[in-house]
Write a protein that binds this ligand. Structure first.
Ligand SMILES: Nc1ncnc2c1ncn2[C@@H]1O[C@H](COP(=O)(O)OP(=O)(O)OP(=O)(O)O)[C@@H](O)[C@H]1O
Ligand SMILES: [Mg+2]
Length: 448
């Protein structure tokens, strides 16, 4: 506890300081009203004990200022010329207690300790309320999943949410990149601000440019008035740049500038406009590969990639399927749907090339077509129920296989998957049919 003691009589200040230091409190003293006002700002005391009559500024001024800075700080007033009037006034203006001089030290200490407790309780209460609010927000928007690889991504997202760092989210289509971006926004200090987004692949270049950076009236046909770009409009909030890999080189340059300089120049304008948006970008492409191919700027990549969150495809986190299924079934209007055991098995077996989005669609459809509240496998799309293509697993090989043994097993596996059709197998293998025949001969693979 830090207490500010205010009195123009230094002898009293000294005595009080000794008394409170003896209690292990942090003591700050001020021997005039103006000094007290300065100390309130600089020292941020937890409790204030002040005399009323002082030259410069009175104890009531100190009270008003203290409550202005932090309404939760208890202020105890003391004065020799006790008058009922000033006591009533002090309490009306929010004083914690009004003490008449002379007073016993025990009495003063008891009051100050009580004030300290009240202060702590209030602070604790405030903290708890805030935590409850943010936990409720978490539960509502928290992306569903329990696979360790997925939880790692969530934990990292939660850590960076509070910062203004640029985040790059990568992952196949439908893995939940936008869901994650919104979650980061909801956990950030910007959560009260806007969450705006744009799909860089969905707009022609000129339109994308004016949407992102804004334009001034008359800069092109149809620009009938000045318009802010989304980067500016997302000020105080988060701007989600979806499908960043689809952006043209010219716009990449402008975006790089916007991120570096934290300002944009609207189309047709000469003056820059400041940008205060946190940027979260997403891509389902391998941007490093795009860089090698020359279609994505490496300097922009490094600017965006301050924090990278990679969402693994659903087939690599199958533990999440039951949880996600439950979540998607739960949104049915009132009715509770459950999955038959075989249905759940089929869901877990399937590879989900469209990831979580495909799973969600499949279940929404299943709810509609299923006759009852128990969802049987036949309510699932046919492709989900088809047997998966065979895989080449390590169990097909001896330990420490030679290259030849691996090649032989691989050819056999492809031939099998293609139903013995050598022309198609050669195509899958990426070799000439005549090469395939030679290899079959060499490995002694017979017609059977
Ligand atoms: N972890 C999750 N918890 C709950 N719902 C999810 C989760 N992941 C994805 N979804 C749902 O799946 C759908 C697809 O998610 P989202 O749009 O975020 O994917 P995306 O990665 O942005 O896909 P695309 O690359 O195609 O834009 C949404 O309807 C979303 O609600
Ligand atoms: Mg998306």
């Amino acid at each position: 506890m830090k207490i500010l003691l205010v009195d123009d009589e230094t002898a009293i200040l000294d005595t009080l300081a000794i008394l409170f230091r003896g209690q292990g409190w942090d003591v700050v003293v001020a021997d005039s009203g103006p000094k007290a006002l300065a100390a309130l700002e600089d020292e941020k005391p937890d409790i204030v004990l002040t005399d009323i009559r002082m030259p410069g500024a009175t104890g009531l001024d100190v009270l008003a200022e203290a409550r202005d800075i932090d309404a939760e700080v208890p202020v105890i007033l003391m004065t020799a010329q006790a008058s009922l009037q000033s006591a009533v006034r002090a309490v009306n203006e929010g004083a914690y207690y009004y003490l008449q001089k002379p007073f016993a030290n025990d009495e003063l200490l008891a009051i100050c300790k009580r004030a300290a407790e009240a202060r702590q309780l209030k602070a604790e209460n405030k903290r708890l309320k805030k935590e409850i609010r943010s936990r409720a927000a978490h539960r509502k928007d928290r992306p569903t999943g329990s696979a360790p690889r997925f939880l790692e991504v969530l934990a990292l997202a939660e850590t960076v949410a509070g910062t203004d760092s640029t985040v790059l989210i990568s992952g196949e289509s439908g893995t939940g990149k936008e869901v994650l971006a919104r979650y980061i926004h909801s956990l950030s200090q910007r959560s009260e601000g806007p969450f705006l987004s744009i799909n860089c692949g969905a707009l022609p270049e000129s339109l994308l440019e004016s949407e992102l950076f804004g334009h001034v009236k008359g800069s092109f046909t149809g620009a009938v008035k000045d318009k802010d770009g989304l980067l500016v409009a997302a000020g105080g909030g988060t701007f989600f740049l979806d499908e960043i890999g689809e952006m043209s080189p010219a716009i990449q340059v402008k975006l790089l500038r916007a991120i570096q300089e934290r300002e944009v120049i609207p189309v047709g304008a000469t003056k820059a406009v400041p940008v205060d948006a946190r940027i979260v970008a997403a891509t389902n492409r391998d941007l490093e590969e795009e860089i090698t191919r020359g279609s994505f700027r490496s300097d922009l990549y490094y600017r965006l990639n301050v924090i990278q969150l990679h969402l693994p495809p659903l087939r690599e986190r199958r533990e999440d399927i039951p949880l996600l299924a439950e979540r998607f079934l739960g949104s049915g209007n009132g009715e509770r749907y459950t999955l038959a055991e075989e249905t759940l098995e089929a869901l877990i077996e399937y590879d989900w090339p469209g990831n979580v989005r495909e799973l969600q669609n499949a279940l929404e459809r299943a709810v509609v077509v299923s006759g009852g509240s128990v969802i049987r496998p036949d309510a699932l799309p046919e492709r989900v129920l088809e047997a998966p293509p065979p895989r080449l697993g390590a169990s097909d090989l001896p330990s420490n296989p030679t290259m030849e043994v691996v090649e032989r097993a691989y050819i056999l596996w492809v031939l099998d998957a293609e139903g013995g059709n050598k022309t198609r197998a050669a195509e899958v293998l990426g070799i000439d049919p005549s090469t395939l025949y030679r290899k079959l001969n060499r490995y002694g693979i017979e017609e059977s």
